[in-house]
Ligand binder design. Structure first.
Ligand SMILES: Cc1ncc(COP(=O)(O)O)c(C=O)c1O
Length: 397
């Protein structure tokens, strides 16, 4: 009567957080502060409203499935600039598909990468642990087996693909990787990325590279998978990169992003989207194109995050295993017991965070790599963030 695979998707982190805090209240007279959600609170660029108004005559059109030609051009030009790609490496009509946010595209990666079997066996999907929940949704709904790769302090907060059994790699259909990583903020370097691309090609799996935090960094722009592909000769086979305007442009409500990579996979993604994808309304596609062409608002956005991380350096100092992440906008703090700390922060400091345990699963060794951690999103203005971090230190120290 219904798809029982959905029974495996009942522990969404924010539902668990609601249950954990149910019946608990923040201190009287203290303004509650939500730092659990990765939803940028910076003002979205005015460019969005202006461009949508200019294109208001286009609401009456059905949008093309891969995004407008202008948006695909803007995206290809941005990729080329951001990653110094050689001329001709990205053909907007073959290597790019615009999507309504990377969440839906990451989910669809499962649909295009996973067949019912691989080499006669149940397909495996490699997932960094902790991870963005959609990776598991894509895996489970395609009938594949999730294989969690711990990304802890011991592995430099990135998964160690070499620790995966070659027999599992043989049946791997898809691997997710996030850099800079949510929640740990670690960025993979080029050698690491080239190695993973090599594995994807050797074992013939799709590498879904989630780079939606690629534009939120301090001073060094994180390396992208496209740079690794360029260094390896410029081919894009087995590789898909996922980018978003949600973080880059503080516009999560615009629901706009893109997938770029292997021409065959992009063709399959477009085919799938013909049958069940959400297309991008033309005025919103125009706004997205304007945002990819503009760097001024992105510089200003980055400056705000820089200020917040500088404050975090001072306020948190050496407590809770704090480190200044390579990118993204999260703190990943070792507090000993993530659920208990989350409850204490809510009842004693009025600060809502999310337990790391909810963002990860127990690995093969039975250990949940998020168990000791909380994730704090630095998405508000710098003053509010500083206030929140002082409250965290006071409540947990
Ligand atoms: C790691 C990661 N990937 C993808 C997304 C999805 O972003 P969007 O669908 O807004 O592009 C998020 C959102 O928080 C995320 O944290």
């Amino acid at each position: 009567m219904f798809n029982t695979a959905l029974d495996e998707l009942t522990d969404y982190p924010f539902d668990r957080l609601r249950a954990l805090l149910d019946g608990l209240t923040p201190p009287a007279g203290m303004e509650p502060l939500v730092m659990s959600l990765g939803e940028p609170q910076h003002a979205p660029p005015e460019l969005i409203a202006q461009t949508v108004a200019t294109h208001a005559n286009e609401w009456g059109k059905y949008p093309p499935v891969a995004g407008s030609a202008d948006l695909l051009d803007a995206i290809s030009d941005w990729l080329k600039r951001r990653y110094q790609l050689p001329d001709g490496m990205i053909d907007p009509s073959r290597h790019v598909c615009a999507v309504s946010g990377t969440r839906e595209a990451l989910y669809m990666a499962g649909d295009i990468a996973i067949s019912r079997t691989k080499r006669g066996q149940t397909p495996a999907v490699l997932i960094p642990n902790p991870f963005y929940q959609v990776y598991v949704g894509a895996t489970v709904m395609s009938g594949a087996e999730p294989v969690y790769m711990s990304a802890t302090a011991d592995t430099g907060f990135l998964p160690d693909f070499d620790a995966v059994d070659p027999a599992v790699l043989e049946r791997t259909a898809l691997a997710f990787l996030c850099s800079p990583a949510n929640p740990q903020g670690m960025a993979a370097d080029r050698a690491y990325l080239e190695h993973i691309v090599g594995l994807a090609r050797k074992y013939d799996f799709v590498l879904a590279m989630d780079e939606c935090y690629a534009e939120i960094y301090d001073s060094v722009a994180p390396t992208g998978i496209m740079e690794a592909c360029a260094a390896m000769g410029g081919g894009l086979s087995n590789v898909l990169a996922f980018h978003s305007l949600s973080k880059r442009s503080s516009a999560p409500g615009l629901r706009s992003g893109f997938v770029a990579g292997d021409a065959k996979l992009i063709q399959l993604l477009k085919r799938l989207r013909n049958y069940g994808g959400a297309t991008i309304p033309p005025p919103l596609a125009a706004a997205a194109a304007a945002l990819w062409r503009d760097e001024t608002h992105v510089d200003a956005n980055r400056a705000l995050y820089r200020e917040k991380f500088d404050r975090a350096d001072q306020i948190i100092g050496r407590r809770f295993g704090y480190y200044h992440p390579d990118g993204g906008f999260y703190l990943w703090l070792d507090v000993g017991d993530s659920e208990q700390a989350t409850q204490t922060l809510w009842t004693d400091a009025g600060v809502k965070v999310i337990p790391g345990a909810y963002l990860a699963r127990p690995g093969a060794d039975g250990v949940n790599p998020g168990q000791r951690y909380i994730r704090i999103a630095l998405v508000h203005d710098p003053e509010t963030v500083a206030d929140g971090l002082h409250r965290v230190v006071d409540a947990l120290a």
